[in-house]
Design a protein around this ligand. Sequence first.
Ligand code: 5RP
Length: 239
Amino acid sequence: MSDAAARTDQDRAKQAAADAALKEFVRDGMVLGLGSGSTSLRFVRALGAAVAQGLEVTAVPSSTTTRELAFELGVPLATFAEVQHLDLTIDGADEVDPDGNMLKGGGGSLLWERIVAGASDRMVAMVDPSKTVERLGAFPLAIEVVRFGWESTRASLERTLAALGHPEPKLVLRTNTDGSPFTTDSGNHILDAHLGAIDNPLELDARINWVPGAVEHGLFTGVAKAVVLGRPDGSHEVR
Ligand code: 5RP
């Protein structure tokens, strides 16, 4: 299959997951957390259409990009100054294992995504078939670090990862297309850890946040309560 055909198949599967998440999980009166990334933007478009048809929800976005789209589409928005408790967060993921553990952060919004999911009764992940894996780690683990001393934070993270069984972890500073360092919505940088495989997600999850300067990471263990898998033929499955 050509790259273009695979992309189209993936786009259809993302759309199926977004449409199904809306239909299966969103109800009138809910306060929603909105995820980030292309699948989440598809969900926001579907939500905007439902709001235009009369669905009543309020939403807290997990990135400036999601907020701008939701605002444009007339989705009623709130901030954490107004609501501290959300009913449901719907978000995408980069990888999901059979236990529902996820890698997130491909779009660089992991910190706000974690806060929004953490404020929610329930988090539901939307994925296409390319995201389901037996073992996490082929996708790089995103680690958000404060800009001050990020080189030292990287060295500490390398030592931590080595101690956890990743002998030569490669941590790459994420950059924009012009080569400048990528900056998150919170003004931090991202280090992408190329680990190959993660055998100990729970331990890794706990240990990375102990490193001074590491603000958050994209390993979300025990966060998703359900996973909506969309397929290119428009069908879906809830796991
Ligand atoms: C952004 C994320 C996204 O949810 C994740 O990268 C999936 O993105 P996409 O839906 O574009 O494949 O975690 O920080």
